[in-house]
Design a protein around this ligand. Structure first.
Ligand code: GLN
Ligand code: ZN
Length: 783
């Protein structure tokens, strides 16, 4: 990747990126894949759409001036799933379907429902890709899994990396195929159902390495000079055994006789003890993330192994949309030159996590635009950095300095709100503290008079076609504000009437006016900007367009009050106000990098605090502040967690602690594995916490009790992610188990998440069963 030495005595300088978006600049892949699923596109047409997108990416990257172009960054669904297919780790239940390879691949990702007349086959689990908002498919491995290089989803002649390498070569582009590293692949996998206790996927390291060695041999035979193996799992805390596996893996792969040169990439943080392991190994290059793990720059000079290797310095942030401070990045790179065999400049991680192209945007104000860089612009930054380090060309140095100036100018022009800053500076601990829970609970009981095992929902009701149409017509200017408000009110009337009919105790307005729980607030707060085409893959064909949080945040007026107050005017039962919490708003936005996230979170929290006050003034007695992403932002390394939790909890408490004692604050969390954040749930000090717990709901209750949690809790009694309608008995059983752990007065009965992705034909009977089961459990608890 650095085979272009300019001055033989100097280290050669290369430039590359670790990966690239693949969904298409206009989400072409999303559309093609979804049309294939709907039977409106043939397998050949889908393959052609993929080929076209790959060709565009390769030619663009090759033409950009990078000295090494990544390959195999395309995926029809997910790169971890691709890896499972590449090593033939297809669980038997999918093989048994006897489908063509492409459909087996999609069945692993999405399952196979009975709607099409097929057997019910549960898909592989999906979970978050480290601390990003991307979700990958979790491979299932058992002692019986036999690895072997296997053809691609679309039924290619060879494994996907080899066929894509050849495809690029035929277009005249030499690529560096990117593979998920074998150790990270195993660490991300889970034991297959029925695997014996004590089995761990890492037990399969040796056979997997043989399979990888064969893939490497084929890549070398096809002509690949370099291969990139991604091992991001080592940016998190790892055991001695896991580090030993890393050592063993790269000893084995480096010793393979016919192989390309190996670049091992660690990203999303500092590699910690894995860096010396890799430095000692015989791989030819190591990529480090100097944005998320700048500490590595200090460790590198102390590692003599690196003097014989290429260091790929990830100095351009691959995860955020800000322009790089190129002079600073160049200085970092220059300081490393003496400690390494050669250097390549790179992004910190794959560009998968940022939108394609800033030039596609017409929207942002020029001062904001000047601060931004999307994938395409980041490639140009890397190329320029490489040029600047290679030769002392005054023109290049000038452009570098200009870029540095632009960053400084941009930061100086960021929206500044002295009023908000003064309020933040004046905050004292009591602003984040409410009265003791017992006092609040008394005031709330008196005011709300709710029964034990109170029933409620998480906020959204099904988003019907009419609701979506109204939003679309408003946006297109075919519906005026008044007409839109009328339609939303009509929807709220229906949702309130339905909930009264069903007999729910605490009602919601149904959130018809929100297409997205973060975007809705971002559109109403100062300091945020939206993009037109800034799509980023979230999972499979699903993309999101995160808002850009670029300046001081301030509320210009009430954001939700009109809807909540209208809903409350229709009923005597309490209607919950619905807000998205500060941590979740940060997690699902691109967040400014010129101040600590804690400071940004407090600004968002202050805006929410004012909203809570306004809701109270409008007669709202219960306010829910959703924090589904609290777990998501948890740092990969345990040592960084207390610091994060401190600011995250502080921000939540700032948002909620302005409420009167008699106002009941709810919070909601989902995307499970609460073990890590159970203490944090307590620290939020909400009066009621409703939680989605994908695995075992009742286990969460046990964990909460063990942690001494003594406030209200609503474990989701049924899974809204499935179209299945739970029976009354099923819910009653879950509740009977729950009351053994949590007293009925503190136990809430609710689904495990919002209902917006479901249809009324499922929601109505499910809620009817839920309410009936709660009544039964109430009687049982009294008796
Ligand atoms: N109140 C939101 C809803 O019901 C919560 C969504 C979430 O937890 N992700 O849609
Ligand atoms: Zn949820």
């Amino acid at each position: 990747m650095i085979d272009n030495p300019t001055r033989p005595t100097d280290p050669a300088i290369g430039s590359t990126v670790l990966g690239y978006p693949r969904i298409g600049p206009r989400r072409e892949l999303k559309r093609a894949v979804e049309r294939y699923w709907a039977g409106r596109l043939s397998a050949e047409e889908l393959a052609a759409a993929g080929r076209e997108l790959r060709a565009r990416t390769w030619t663009e990257l090759a033409g950009s001036g990078l000295t090494s172009v990544p390959g195999n960054t395309f995926s029809l669904y997910d790169q971890v799933l691709d890896t499972a297919v590449m090593v033939d780790a297809v669980p038997p239940r999918f093989r048994a379907l006897g489908l063509p390879p492409l459909d087996t691949y999609f069945a692993m990702a999405r399952g196979r429902g009975d709607r099409e007349g097929h057997e019910d086959v549960v898909p592989l689990e999906m979970t978050k890709w480290f601390d990003t908002n991307y979700h990958y498919i979790v491979p299932e491995l058992g002692p019986g899994t036999a690895f072997a290089p296997a053809g691609e989803a679309a039924g290619d002649q060879d494994v996907k990396p080899v066929s894509e390498y050849r495809e690029a070569a035929a277009l005249g582009v030499e690529t560096r195929p990117v593979l998920l590293g074998p150790v990270t692949f195993l660490l991300l996998s889970k034991p297959a159902p029925g695997a014996p206790a004590g089995f761990a996927p890492l037990d399969l390291l040796d056979p997997l390495l043989e399979c990888y060695a064969e893939v490497l041999r084929r890549l070398a035979a096809a002509g690949a000079a370099w291969v990139q193996l991604d091992e991001p799992a080592f940016a998190a805390d790892r055991t001695g055994a896991e580090l030993a596996a890393l050592r063993r893996a790269y000893e084995r792969l480096a010793a393979a006789p016919d192989r390309p040169r190996l670049l091992v990439a660690g990203y999303f943080g500092d590699l910690g003890p894995a860096l010396p392991v890799l430095a000692d190994s015989a791989v030819e290059a190591i990529a480090v993330d100097l944005v998320a793990g700048p500490e590595a720059a200090r460790e590198i000079p102390a590692l003599p192994g690196l003097r014989r290797k290429t260091l790929v310095a990830g100095v351009v942030d691959g995860r955020n949309v800000w322009r790089a401070d190129l002079p600073a990045a160049a200085a970092t790179c220059a300081s490393l030159l003496g400690s390494v065999g050669s250097l390549a400049v790179s992004t910190s991680c794959s560009l998968l996590h940022v939108p394609y192209d800033l030039d596609a945007e017409t929207g942002p104000d020029p001062r904001l635009r000047e601060r931004l860089a999307f994938a395409r612009q980041k490639v140009a930054e890397v190329v320029l950095l490489g040029e600047a380090l290679r030769a002392h060309d005054p023109a290049v140095t000038g452009r570098l300095a200009e870029a540095g100036e632009a960053v400084r100018r941009g930061r100086a022009s960021a929206r500044r709100d002295d009023r908000v800053r003064a309020r933040i500076a004046a905050l004292r601990p009591h602003h984040r503290r409410r009265a003791p829970y017992a006092e609040r609970a008394r005031a709330q009981d008196e005011r709300l008079g709710l029964p034990p095992l109170a029933t409620t929902t998480i906020g959204s009701f099904p988003q019907t076609d009419q609701v979506r149409r109204a939003r679309g017509e408003l946006r297109a200017g075919r519906l005026d504000e008044a007409g839109y408000t009328r339609r939303m009110r009509g929807e709220i009337e229906r949702v309130i009437a339905l909930q009264e009919r069903l007999g729910l105790d605490v009602l919601v307005h149904g959130e018809p006016e929100r297409s997205d729980m973060v975007q809705y607030f971002a559109e109403r707060l100062e300091g945020f900007a939206a993009t037109e085409h800034g799509w980023v893959q979230s999972y499979g064909s699903r993309c999101v367009r995160p808002p850009i949080l670029h300046g001081d945040v301030a509320r210009t007026g009430p954001m939700t009050v009109e809807w909540s107050a209208y809903a409350q005017s229709l009923t005597s039962r309490p209607v919950k106000g619905m807000l998205t919490g500060p941590v979740t708003i940060l997690a699902w936005s691109f967040v400014r990098d010129d101040q600590p996230p804690a400071a940004t979170a407090d600004q968002v929290a202050l805006a929410l605090r004012d909203e809570v006050r306004d809701l109270e003034a409008a007669g709202i007695r219960i306010v829910q502040v959703d924090e589904p992403a609290l777990r998501e932002l948890l740092p990969l390394r345990a040592a960084d967690r207390p610091g994060y939790l401190r600011w995250a909890l502080d921000a939540f408490r700032l948002a909620t602690a302005g409420a009167a004692d008699a106002t009941q604050i709810h919070t909601h969390m989902c995307y499970a594995e609460f073990g890590d954040v159970i203490a944090a749930i307590d620290g939020l000090d909400a009066d009621v916490t409703t939680i989605e717990a994908a695995r075992s709901r009742m286990a969460v209750l046990g964990d909460l009790r063990a942690a001494g949690f003594g406030r209200g809790v609503g474990p989701g009694v049924y899974d809204i992610h499935s179209p299945r309608v739970p029976s009354e008995d099923e819910v009653a059983e879950a509740l009977a188990a729950a009351v053994r752990t949590v007293p009925a007065e503190r136990l809430w009965v609710n689904p495990d998440c919002g209902l917006k992705t479901r249809g009324y034909e499922e929601v109505e009977p499910a809620l009817r069963h839920m309410v009936a089961a709660a009544r039964r459990a109430r009687v049982a608890a009294r008796g």
